[in-house]
Design a protein around this ligand. Structure first.
Ligand SMILES: [Fe+2]
Ligand SMILES: [Fe+2]
Length: 305
């Protein structure tokens, strides 16, 4: 297929206003279906009176993600206002998935607004965040993991009385910590078996890849990219990619929360999700071994209560 055009999800069609839509002819040429500045009307969408597959131009991809993000962020506000934790969780996963279809400058920055909405609109954010963490989904994806780590991180920030700005920074760092995984082959990431050394090294590279993606994005806070780079470092120097012993504080917090989230939620066939107490006991052993910071561990454990 012509790489200049990419198919879009039918469930997203009504979000596109500025972005034109195209149809494909039998001879594989493309024609304009919806011009910029208009949306497809509800009637047409309800009755599916449109070609089965519609396309956008690749050069409009970032603009299209921005339109979908804006629409999703409005839905997120509505779900928060109506106190619907399931709606909040699903839309957050959708926003991250949509953004990570093209993770680069122009799309990634849109997630700042998502975190701002969570932090600013939730008058009792710990409550809604705890409720969304309590909801399990059948699919354990990178996007779901990132949303869970963000919810735990904002809860931690609220518990430790962080300023609004620090809370937003921690939440955004959490949401983006594994962005480098978008460039790692999905077969390796979800392989239900022990990985070879070569494959494990490939996975480890998600830290530097994530740093490089975020380095090109327009974020004022350097911690966001440092968190992607250093969240697998351990204070005793046993982590990766560099074996650092001095770790950025935001990366240190997210590293611990990341570990807890994976232990309690990753329910793949070869490893079972643990209950919170068992996971905390395992992390406590790492604190004793000098891998994690004791104060962060204690504050995090209390934030779960
Ligand atoms: Fe990671
Ligand atoms: Fe992670």
């Amino acid at each position: 297929m012509d790489k200049e055009y990419i198919p879009v999800r039918n469930s997203h069609l009504h979000y596109y206003r500025a972005v034109p839509l195209y149809y494909q002819n039998k001879d594989h040429t493309f024609g304009l279906y919806k011009p910029p500045g208009k949306t497809l009307d509800d009637m047409r969408l309800e009755k599916a009176h449109h070609p089965r597959r519609l396309f956008i131009k690749h050069l409009d991809k970032i603009k299209s993600i921005n339109e979908v993000q804006r629409a999703f962020n409005r839905q997120l506000e509505d779900h928060i206002k109506s106190g619907d934790p399931e709606g909040v969780k699903n839309i957050l996963v959708d926003i991250v998935e949509e953004t990570f279809t093209e993770p680069r400058s122009g799309s990634v920055e849109g997630l700042s607004e998502t975190v701002n909405i969570i932090v600013s609109d939730c008058t009792n954010e710990s409550d809604i965040l705890n409720r969304i963490l309590g909801l399990s989904r059948n699919d354990y994806t990178s996007a779901l993991h990132s949303v869970n780590v963000m919810a735990l991180a904002i809860s931690y920030a609220a518990h430790t009385d962080m300023s609004l700005q620090d809370k937003k920074r921690l939440g955004l760092s959490a949401l983006l910590h594994d962005i480098g995984k978008t460039r790692i082959n999905a077969d390796i990431l979800s392989a239900p078996r022990k990985l070879s050394n070569e494959e494990f090294n490939r996975i480890k590279a998600h830290t530097t890849i994530g740093y490089n993606i975020l380095d090109t994005c327009r974020f004022p806070q350097a911690e966001i990219k440092l968190c992607a780079l250093q969240h697998h470092e351990k204070a005793d120097g046993s982590g990766y990619p560099r074996g650092l012993t001095r770790i950025n504080p935001v990366a240190e917090i997210i590293g611990l929360i990341d570990c807890y989230e994976a232990l309690t939620n990753d329910d793949r066939p070869y490893r079972n999700a643990m209950d919170p107490l068992k996971a905390l006991t395992i992390i406590k052993d790492d604190v004793v071994a000098g891998k994690f910071n004791r104060k962060i561990f204690e504050q995090f454990a209390y934030s779960l209560l």
